[in-house]
Structure formats: structure tokens, C-alpha cells
Write a new protein. Sequence first.
Length: 675
Amino acid sequence: MAEQKPTYYITTPIYYPSGKLHIGNSYTTIACDAEARFKRLMGYDVFYLTGTDEHGLKIEQKAEKLGMKPQEYVDQMAAQIKELWKKLEITNDKFIRTTDDYHEKAVQKIFQQLLDQGDIYKGKYTGWYSVDDEEYFTESQLAEVYRDEDGNVIGGKAPSGHEVQLVEEESYFFKMSKYANWLMNYYKEHPDFIEPQSRMNEMINNFLKPGLEDLAVTRTSFNWGVKVPSDPKHVVYVWIDALSNYITALGYGSDDDSLFKKYWPADVHMVGKEIVRFHTIYWPIMLHALGLPLPKHIIGHGWLTMRDGKMSKSKGNVIYPETLVDRYGLDATRYYLLRAMPFGNDGVFSPEDFVDKVNYDLANDLGNLLNRTVAMINKYQNGKLVGTNDATTDFDADLEQTASDVIAEYKELMDKTRFAEALATVWKLVSRANKYIDETEPWVLAKDDSKKDVLSDVMTHLAKSLWIIAALIQPIMPHAPKQIVEQLGIEGTDLSLTDLQFNDFPAEAQVVAKGTPIFPRLDVKAEVEFIKSKMTANEKKKGRKAMAEAKEKAQETAQEEKTDGKKPIRIDVFDKVELKVAQITAADHVEGADKLLKFHMDDGTEEGRQILSGIAKWYPDPSVLVGKKVLIVANLKPRKMRGELSQGMLLSAEKDGNVQVVTVPDNLVPGMGVE
Ligand code: MSP
């Protein structure tokens, strides 16, 4: 009997089909695709799931606006999204839609079971509801409130900036509170359940410690959703419906649950940071209440942002993947997205960076390595690879060692979905091989007939390196590996990663094709302009105007300060100060220093930073600041105080001797620059 392959189940979030997907949403799908391809090449039996989250008020309203039935609207959008995934060569094994009949039925069963066993109960819900966010907010969570003359709150804005309205409705609630302790223990026993680790701390400090509230899981205010079987004026609210997709897609709650038996629990749910909470609190509790095992890892990735912050249509800084793929090819697009996003943190897209990475990494480093190698094999050996014989150069051992180190490191990093680092590792081999050409100087060897064997050894070493590189980039770039091995005349060779080794190179005496560059060099100016022109033009102007206004204001402020007796500073001086949003992840007293507190902050970088501040007097219990989003001066020269390093300054406001840390609204993300 054939040996059973180990299974691997990976999922993306299911996307709201409320608009065209941009490179930000596409990132998650490409990242999961790279992981799925990697695991397949490592010999796993992979199940890769993606899909669409099609219910809810927002979709209902959107369809109405377009004069369509909700079903018609989501059909059209789901088709569009499937088309996009085809273009990006996503290798998902299934595409689930929450309007699929089997899913709706399974959700009803799940709901009924939770109701029957007392985990769901009926109550009343009052809250500020944002239609756009499909989320309720408490008054204190609102970013802005409107009041009447008597000071009563009559409306406001959600942290996203969307309007909210007061809604009171009968609702079913999930008893989340009952499971809070269990979940806390589960986290303790499974320290790698949430990655990166900092997100687990965030969940504990911001949600579990303050106490979990029961979650409203049905609505009566709209129709477009799965009906509660025993009380059909209620529709199951989006998170129970949406989260269940990960199991219903495998047949849980349906007649044939063989896939569920085979693949559950999932190995990885990959999600963006703003939905980590739903996946690491509500979802585990739901599964536990259903008596099901939990997914092994929830990986929260950062956002792909633009220089002026979050990608959004209203800001006019949106880039669609089609724009990049049509002009620069799929490989360049996938490479860029995975290379630009550091694990767990935000990545910034800029047209300049995109063009640079394509030019440096792909056209120069990898492209040239291939072109030079193919050209030399053609020129010096009539297009034939003739094996190594016994000749060697002084540089062979180091190249071979680099290759084997890179293979090992790469596998480890890919296993942990650290794509940017895995690619950086592969490029170590690209650089090493380029250097090997300079060291061995084949053009000198070619002049000396007695060095023929050495030259042949050099050519084979280069071909081997390229073969290894081709194998390693397969999960990320669907086309280049094939083009590389074709040009080297070693098409059809085994590129599986399970047992990839430098000296297993299969080819001898192969004919090398005449090479054409697989990554043409881009004209920086023209292409930066092109990409910029694709970002919604009029909105871009708005951005510039806002920036100009902000600078003008800063200048005015500087002027005003003059009258304050302070020396005014020029705008370019102010511009040198790097202000950033950060989130306090830990706060403590500094031993032996009455005034000093030390804070650990998430500043958008993986390691975060420590900042000391002399505000102990006003914060005798500094833990009240944990979770707060604050402003820091990020480029202050680090200095030591009482043996502790302070890497920046925390901004506080002061009046009449009272000091308060300046906090910022919750929709700002650690690492954002402040202008
Ligand atoms: N429907 C919910 C998920 C339910 S899963 C049970 C949802 N959908 S979404 O369409 O709004 O977002 C889907 C994913 O796209 C999220 O993981 C989100 O973080 C990701 N992204 C949206 N914009 C993004 C960037 N700019 N950058 C990276 N990922 C981004 O939430």
C-alpha cells in the first residue's frame, strides 16, 4: 500500500465581496498559496481553502443600490474573485461561498446545537452600529460622538471613520464569558497557537484580562443571512456564519464529512491583524463548545499599507493586482508582495520600491546570473553542459556549502510562513553564485586549453546553483523556475523540495537554449509614473493637498511659537523629527528610580522597542497604560538611564503640573508615521 502522506490544511479568510479586491487582500491569498505549494513540494497532502463571506447588511445594501438582488450581486462578485485567483494562479482546492446551500444548512445545525446545549441564549442588544464595518461599538469605543444640546450622545463615528447609529434589537448571545478561563489556559499550554507571539499578548491584555463579554450572534435588522431555524426573524450574524466556513467546507454538518475527518484540525488559518481577535477568541471558543479540536496555528499578518497609510478607495491609493500582473508579470508581482511584507508587521507598498525590487533582485541579481551562465555555456562549450569531471576550483566548496545552508534555512523559514526572510535567504545563494563567476573568471579559463575541465566544472556549478534556486522559488513564482530549467536544458528534472541537494543535479551533457532575459529591466522613471497613474488620479491630488496643508499648519505653529518666547524652527527641521504611532505592550517601574517608568512598545517592527519616561508620579500603576496606542519620537538617539536603554521618547501632555500620556484613536496602527 502506498505510504499515507501527512495532511496539511491551510485557509485564507473568506473575503467580503463588497468591492474589487486590491493587492492588500490578494496578499493573504498569495501568501497561503505559496505555503500550500511549498507543503505540496515537501510531500504533504494539502488542502487549501479560500472563499467569500457573502451575507450581511452591507452586501444587502450594496446590492439594493445597484438595483440587484443580493444573490445576483454576490454571484457576480464571487465570479470576479474566482477570476482574479485564476489570474494569480492560486492553487486552492476549494472555494467556499457562505451562500452555498451545504454551508447554510451546516451553520443552522451548529447554531441549533449551541442553543440546545445552552451556550447561546436570547437577550437584548443596544449599541452603536456601523453598517460599513458590520460591527457594534460601545460609546467609549467611538472615535467621535455627536451630542444634542443637553449633552446626550445622538450619533458618532466608528474608529474606522464610518457613521454609527443607535440600534436596539432582540438578539441571541453566545456565552463567551463562560469559556474565558479555559481559553487563557489553552493559550498557556499552546504558546505557538497565535503567531507572532505579540498578538497573543495583545489578546490577553486587551480582551481576556478586562473580561470577555458575551457576543451577540444574531440580528433582526436585516434579512440577508442564514436564518435561525427555530426563530427565523433572526439571522445568524456574520462571525458565526463566516468562521464556520473552515469546517463546513470540509463537510462538517453535511452527510459526507470524510474531508473533515481527514483534514481537521487546520494547520494554519492565515488572517490579517484586524481579524485576529475573531479567530483567536471567538472561533476557539465556538469550536471548544462544539467539542472539536482547535486549529494548530493562527497567523496574524500585517497590512500592506501605502506611504500615506492604509490602502483605501477614498484615499485614492489603491493598487489592483491586475495592474501589476498585466504589466510586469505574475512572478514579479507575487515576488514583490511576499518580499515586501515582513512577518507579522506591516509592509509598505510604493511604486519606487516595486520597480527597485524588480530591477535589483529579479533583473539584476537572478536574471543576470541566468543570462551570464547561459551565455557562457553557449560561448565556451557550444551550449553543452559536460559535467564536473574531477577538476575543481578553490571556490566550489564554499558555493556548495552556501547552497546547502540556504536550502536548510529556507525550509525552516517557509515552514513558519516567513516568506520575506525565506526569499532573502534564497537571494544569498543568488549573490554567492554571482560572486563565484567573478572569482573563477571563466573568461580567463576559456583562453587556456589546459583549463577546459576546470571551466566545465565552473559551468556545472553555476547550472547546479540555478537549479537549486529554481526549485526554491517555485512556491512563490509559478513561471520563472520552468523558464530557468528550460534555458539550462534540464527541463523535466525533479524540482521537488523533499530531498533537494546540490550534488543531486541530474543533468550532464545537456543542450542549453539561447537565453532571453526572463525579467527585463524596468525604466525606473517611466514605470514609477505608470504605477502612480493607476492609483486613482483625483484622489491622489487630495492627498497632496492634505500634506501641503499639514506643512503649512506646522509652519504657522512655528511662527506662533515665536511669540511664546521660543525659538521658531523651520519646517525642514520639524520634518527631521520622526513621529510614530506605537502600542504599549508592557509597562513597569524602573528599579531604584522613583520617577522612571519603562515601556515596551509595538512600533510596527518585529522586535519593538523600549522607552523610558519620567512619568511614574502620574501613573503609580503603569499597567493601566498597557494596550494604549501612543505617539513616540522614534529617531531620538538611544540613551541609557539607570542601566536601562531608552530608544525614543513617549509624548505626554501637561497642564498645571498634571501629565497625561497622549493616546491616539484605535484605528491607527503601530508603526504608522505621523506627519
Ligand atoms: N469576511 C471577513 C473575514 C471572515 S474569515 C472567517 C473579512 N473580510 S475582508 O475582505 O475584509 O478581509 C479579508 C482579508 O484581507 C483580511 O485578512 C484582511 O486583513 C486582509 N486585508 C485587507 N486589506 C489588507 C491590506 N491592505 N493588507 C493586507 N491584508 C489586508 O475580514
